[in-house]
Design a protein around this ligand. Sequence first.
Ligand SMILES: Nc1ncnc2c1ncn2[C@@H]1O[C@H](COP(=O)(O)OP(=O)(O)OP(=O)(O)O)[C@@H](O)[C@H]1O
Length: 240
Amino acid sequence: MNRFEASLERAGYGELVVIPQLAIQVSGGEMLVLLGPNGAGKTTALKALVGDVDVGRRALRLDGADLSGTPGWRLAHAGIAFVPDGARCFGTATVHENLRGAFEATHRHADAASRRRLFDRAFDLFPILRQRLDQLAGSMSGGQRQMLAIARALMIQPKVLILDEPTAGLAPKLVEELFEALGRIKTTSGCAIVMAEQNFAAAVSVADHCLVLDEGRPALAGTVEQVRSNEKLRVAYLGL
Ligand SMILES: Nc1ncnc2c1ncn2[C@@H]1O[C@H](COP(=O)(O)OP(=O)(O)OP(=O)(O)O)[C@@H](O)[C@H]1O
């Protein structure tokens, strides 16, 4: 089973330290949701994990292998996929080109059968992508682009999938659909998922562990069940 462990010290922007210290652990088939209000440091923490912001120290271990020295651009090859916020894809390329590009970036020598299998899996999770194969990604709705962004990440067959607020700005029906797909990814691919999210009420349907950030510091950590069943914690940190 995949086991992902990471710790960060002094993550931020130049002189500004947003995250003084943070450690996370998540196993394959599980999801850790990173919660907290606007500006709590969720995005900064995720970007620091994948080498997109300055860090004083970053330690990463995946299945016992030390990836601390691996530069951000090599992490996808090591099995760590990052889906940043904003449903980013190549807007002037079609859905098919977006998926093919992601596949070829990490599987240059893969055979047609494994390519077919990965594409089918993406279409199984997000059937709309099959219907829109020749559509330019930039002309799709925000929700569809978010599905494409996640499908692109899955093309590398990640062991760890890191997502930054994938449901931001989406209608409730789409949020539900996306979380349902993430739940399937979690249980069927054995992938470990780390996701920043503002909406705890929605995230509990699929997350196993939660970590609440408050001004860059871990304020609460535990299983979703522990937090949900403790009224004091729920009200204090999650406003539920
Ligand atoms: N590029 C940047 N340069 C300088 N400061 C930044 C930058 N990006 C974010 N910050 C600051 O870092 C702090 C944490 O922001 P961050 O975006 O990580 O929080 P967040 O919890 O993800 O919030 P949100 O839910 O609004 O995305 C904030 O004070 C923010 O102003």
